[in-house]
Design a protein. Structure first.
Length: 560
């Protein structure tokens, strides 16, 4: 609006208007960008673009498609106003476990879902009439006086502001907020040209509109009284205030008073899943029978059948009161997450991390692990000793040949066995299953080395460790020339490598070892030179030093 007024005030100069308009928009953008509000946070996230928004474009399309399909079931009267967040999760088949939909990301879709065509069609007809009665595209006609031109500019400004708000409502739900919606309605009213109203209103119309104005004022006074907690009528509008008061009572330890407030809020909004969750928490704090709290928690889960986070938090809340009850919501949490997803594994890992003081929960959590990946996550959380051995035996009994495990999972499993279990038993098991030695040779070699069996460790590592590619070297055997080149360039690894291979080809292992040691000490030395030096040590039967170099390569190249 400010940009339009500023540019419209310039009588001539299109380029000047564009420059001033862009400058004003940049100023507004800069102020919003440095602000601490939600608009500033959203703009900063768009500028950085480091994280993808939770509600991606494809999810928006799926949400719109699901909303329209549900609208078709009740096309005329809809589902009822202000019911999307409570009704949509129950009737929708859009199964998304990590997002809870409060609206369909569009005022139009929200109006169709809640009010149906009986609400959308009148709004569309009114909008068509308003667009035909106002707008910057309408000519001024015979308005020649300065005050008439000024009034026209104001109407055009209001029309542009209302148009921006209406376009915004296609991709978001701003006009379902009372303040924003009132603002848009005011702009639409200001944008109407007086000459479009050809006849004066009659007495009945004046009474109706004035009564509507009085009603809006009375509604504002009522909302002011509700927000200030001076009046609490039995209306759904009172529910947020009652919940806020209940939270305040809870923070002061007055759980019975908070319970009374939540009971009333549930009576006013019986489909609000958060209220049942809150009441279940209060019942546990009041040391009521766990069955009563479990009933309210169950109602909460039924009213929100897809969102998984509340199930996880419910199990976490049960732990200090009745730990065995935590398994019920946690099982539901895992069921809601997609199979073989990172969210599922993350939730399961979080459950295991909370069972340190409650070891009785570990057997049922093991029973809930229905995939090798989840079972490996469980094995990570076990303690060394009897617990590890017990669950290792269960794991091997279920996966005797480990055929269901991916290569990465096999490496993790063997490392866990090496770190937490009996290394001797691991080596024995690996020797009995040579097919899997390619995934567990590292831990076997480390076990050999820890027992002082360096020769076996070196031979095993040399068999499976990938030797990095090395550049082609000259076959010249002029050792004197190569030695001089390396002496004059002691910080360059290339002449040293040439000299090493020439000495090795000549059969001088001692000289080759000395050269390789110098090359390996250089900061730019390639990794394969450590393996070459290790092979020299092995040829000279210095197995411990050969193993130390091979272990360094293993640590720097875990995939090799």
């Amino acid at each position: 609006m400010v940009a339009w007024i500023t540019t419209a005030a310039m009588k001539q100069g299109f380029f000047r208007k564009v420059v001033v308009g862009v400058a004003i928009l940049l100023a507004v953008f800069s102020v919003a960008l440095v602000s601490t509000g939600k608009l500033g946070e959203r703009l900063r996230s768009l500028v950085k673009e480091e994280k993808v928004s939770v509600l991606t474009s494809s999810m928006r399309i799926d949400l719109a498609r699901e909303t329209l399909s549900l609208m078709v079931e009740r096309p005329w009267i809809g589902r009822g106003f202000d019911t999307f967040s409570t009704i949509f999760p129950i009737v929708s088949d859009l199964d998304v476990s990590d997002v809870r939909f409060l609206h369909p990301e569009s005022d139009v879709l929200l109006l169709v879902f809640e009010g149906g065509l009986l609400a959308l069609v009148p709004c569309g007809l009114l909008l068509v009439w308003l667009l035909n009665s106002s707008g910057p595209w309408k000519k001024g006609g015979g308005e020649q006086k300065s005050h008439e031109r000024s009034a026209r500019r104001w109407r055009q400004t209001a029309a542009i502001g209302a148009g921006m708000a209406l376009v915004h409502s296609i991709f978001d739900v701003p006009n379902h907020g009372v303040a924003y919606g009132m603002h848009t309605a005011l702009l639409l009213g200001l944008a109407i040209r007086p000459r479009r109203l050809k006849t004066a209103t009659g007495g009945l119309e004046q009474v109706c509109f004035r009564s509507a104005g009085v009603g809006i004022i009375a509604l504002g006074i009522m909302w002011l009284g509700i927000a200030s907690a001076r009046w609490s009528p039995n209306l759904p509008t009172t529910v947020p205030v009652l919940r806020e008061q209940a939270v305040g009572e809870t923070q002061q330890g007055r759980y019975r008073e908070a319970l009374a407030l939540v009971d009333r809020a549930i009576w006013l909004a019986p489909l609000n899943y958060e209220l049942y969750y809150f009441r279940a928490q209060l019942l546990l704090q009041l040391r009521q029978r766990p069955e009563r709290a479990l009933l309210d928690f169950g109602r909460s889960r039924t009213l929100e059948p897809h969102y998984a986070s509340t199930c996880f938090e419910e199990g976490d809340y049960w732990l200090p009161f009745a730990p065995e009850m935590a398994i019920i919501p946690w099982r539901e949490c895992l069921r809601r997450h997609p199979r073989e997803s990172s969210a599922l594994n993350g939730a399961y890992d979080g459950m295991l991390s909370r069972t340190g003081l409650y070891p009785e929960l570990r057997p049922p959590l093991w029973a809930m692990a229905d995939s090798p990946e989840m079972q490996i996550i469980f094995l990570k959380a076990t303690e060394r000793g009897a617990e590890w051995e017990a669950y290792l035996a269960k794991f091997l009994a279920e996966h005797a040949k480990l055929e269901m495990l991916e290569p990465e999972q096999l490496q993790i499993f063997f490392k866990l066995w090496h770190d937490k279990g009996d290394p001797v038993a691991l080596v024995k098991w690996m020797l009995e299953h040579p097919r899997l030695m390619a995934y567990g040779w590292r831990v076997v070699a480390q076990t050999y080395a820890r027992e002082g069996r360096y020769k076996e460790a070196v031979l095993l590592a040399a068999k499976y460790l990938k030797r990095p590619d090395r550049p082609a070297t000259s076959r010249a055997i002029d050792l004197v020339r190569l030695e001089k080149a390396f002496v004059f360039n002691p910080t360059d690894a290339r002449p040293g490598i040439e000299l090493f291979y020439a000495q090795r080809a000549a059969g001088d292992a001692s000289a080759a070892k000395a050269t390789a040691e110098k090359v390996v000490a250089l900061p730019e030395s390639p990794a394969y030179m450590k393996l070459e030096l290790a092979s020299i040590y092995a040829d000279l039967l210095e197995m411990r030093r050969a193993w130390e170099l091979m272990e360094q390569v293993m640590l720097t190249n875990p995939e090799g």
